[in-house]
Design a protein around this ligand. Structure first.
Ligand code: ZN
Ligand code: ZN
Length: 366
């Protein structure tokens, strides 16, 4: 494994652990913006929410609350207001809190006055997702571009074995990705609506499902189901002729190592991106998942998507590194998985490249 790959994996894991630690310690500074009369505050006040808890927790929770031995989950939330008698919706509260850092109060007030607090909230969430989606795309693709095509340029391309992608290819990918982002970022708005309205099994505080060991086990189960869901969604996008032709083929126009770049990560039909990310939302309906962990997973997936398109040869088994996804683009019928190689191994579609992927692989089928 190269030192670059080590550094990348180490950074990802430290980010994950730092965030998990912050969640466990319940140290999120939630009340910062909740001034009386704030437009963001009014968006939270209007939301109706009845907390959903896993069935095995319900009996204990209610009896504990009745006996006064345990605070109800919403009053122990770091976002809660002690003066409020109604439970604060912690998911909506969190989203409004994040939005308050990005948009000025005057703009929020204008939207509340014109659209009402509910629509204003989701318009702000959409705009926030669009802005952050653009920042993540340009920052991560820019980082891998700089590393491969500027810092490592001599090393990678001077021998002439590996062809450098043309500026036209990169511009084509940026245009497609930027266009897709307008629709693609609507998916997390939809999932936030589902979560805030209580249609999912999402929970906000780890204590709601009985502590850290349960949190770890159920998060692993959720992530496994997401991984399997994405594998089969991606495989269906290939095996169903209609879906392949009209939805997924656009992303597979980049089918040689020199037409594949970090900028291709979200260069797809937006419906393609929405379908492939949909297991993250679908399983929330049935499996309890910690809200901020879910947000972090989606964030890491966005970075991951850029990494696997850079046609380098990362060696991080059993993680499905960039070399596997290069093979997916050149051969079409292998390596449908997202982050791990397990699904491809189990269902017989795993293909490990024998040598460097950036020089030897040619387009094979279709
Ligand atoms: Zn594909
Ligand atoms: Zn791809």
């Amino acid at each position: 494994m190269s030192s670059n790959t080590y550094a990348f994996v180490a950074t990802m894991f430290s980010l994950l652990f730092a965030t998990a630690n912050a969640i466990v310690e319940d140290s999120f500074p939630g009340n910062a913006w909740r001034a009386v009369g704030s437009s963001f505050s009014s968006m939270v006040e209007v939301s109706s929410y009845s907390p959903r808890v896993p069935f095995w927790q319900k009996a204990t929770r209610q009896s504990d609350v009745l006996n006064g031995t345990q605070e109800s989950w919403w009053t122990s939330s770091p976002f809660s207001s002690s003066s409020s008698s109604s439970p604060v919706n912690p998911f909506r509260n969190f989203n409004a809190w994040v939005n308050s850092f990005i948009f000025p109060e005057s703009f929020a007030s204008y939207l509340v006055a014109s659209l009402g607090p509910d629509a204003a909230h989701y318009v702000l969430c959409y705009m926030r997702n669009f802005v952050s989606g653009c920042i993540i795309y340009y920052a991560t693709a820019g980082f891998f571009h700089y590393r491969n095509y500027v810092v490592d340029k001599e090393n990678l391309f001077s021998s002439g074995k590996r062809k450098k992608p043309t500026t036209a290819t990169i511009m084509n990918q940026i245009k497609l990705a930027q266009t897709s982002l307008f629709l693609y970022v609507a998916l997390p708005v939809f999932s936030d609506w589902l979560i805030e309205e209580g249609f999912t099994m999402c929970y906000y505080d780890i204590s709601e499902i009985g502590g850290f060991p349960t949190y770890l086990a159920i998060t692993l189960f959720y992530f496994t189901c997401v991984e399997i869901g994405i594998y089969w969604m991606h495989r269906t996008l290939h095996e169903n002729k209609f879906l392949y032709k009209y939805v997924h083929a656009q992303h597979h126009a980049y089918n040689t190592p020199d037409t594949l770049t970090p900028w291709a990560s979200i260069a797809f039909n937006p419906l393609d991106g929405i379908l492939q990310a949909s297991p993250y939302v679908f399983w929330l309906l049935f499996i309890p998942c910690h809200y901020l962990t879910h947000v972090l997973m989606v964030f890491c997936t966005a970075i991951w998507a850029t990494y696997i398109h850079d046609t380098m040869d990362g060696d991080v088994e059993p993680i499905m590194s960039n070399k596997y996804h290069t093979v997916h683009h050149t051969h079409y019928i292998y390596n449908y998985g997202q982050i791990f190689i397990f699904c491809d191994w189990y269902w017989g579609t795993l293909k490990k490249p024998a040598g460097p992927t950036g020089t030897g692989l040619k387009r094979k089928t279709k």
